[in-house]
Design a protein around this ligand. Structure first.
Ligand code: FEO
Length: 178
């Protein structure tokens, strides 16, 4: 059964929100580069790619359900923050906003008795728990460090080790890499 227009429209809005998330984290990656914190920038670059993967999962799902992804314009994200704490507070706030949006999509899928979409959305429900948790964890660390430059150096080293999950790549590409 093809996806209903109301559900498709809501998912297209979510693709826009996920792409905005990608844009926001890429903007943060640029700011952290400028702050000479390559590990923080690496974390944000991975986040940017993960958000692209989140958008592409929706894109592929619409295609699988006989629907169509329609891309909408993106607003420009903020380009600088007053402190590292403020930047990570913005990440936490943004992820909470995205979790709220996912919950509303679940509510809509139930209202429309679209159980295929409801089942598909459970991946995002779980993912948002992880997204909020990792953002909160880094925010706590940044708050503890405050102005301790050694602590900042150590955290930057820790964040440099984050790598994109290989599972994300086939989601983004239509064809497997040969
Ligand atoms: Fe796609 Fe960070 O939520």
């Amino acid at each position: 059964m093809s996806i209903k227009n109301e559900m498709q429209d809501a998912i297209n809005d979510q693709i826009q929100a996920e792409m905005f998330s990608a844009y926001l984290y890429l903007s943060m990656a640029s700011w952290f580069d400028d702050e000479d914190l390559p590990g923080f920038s690496n974390w944000m670059r991975c986040q940017y790619m993960e958000e692209t993967m989140h958008a592409m999962k929706f894109f592929n799902f619409l295609n699988d359900r006989g629907g169509r992804a329609e891309l909408k314009p993106l607003e420009g994200p903020d380009t600088k923050w007053n402190s590292y704490i403020e930047a990570f507070e913005a990440v936490v706030k943004h992820e909470e906003y995205i979790s709220g949006r996912i919950n509303k999509l679940v509510t809509l899928s139930r209202k429309l008795e679209d159980y295929a979409t409801e089942s598909f959305l459970m991946w995002y429900v779980d993912e948002q728990v992880e997204e909020e948790d990792s953002a909160n964890e880094i925010l706590s660390k940044v708050k503890r460090i405050k102005t301790d430059s050694n602590g900042l150096f150590m955290l930057d080293k820790e964040l440099a080790s984050r790598a994109l999950s290989p599972a994300a790549v086939p989601t983004i590409l239509a064809q497997p890499i040969i």
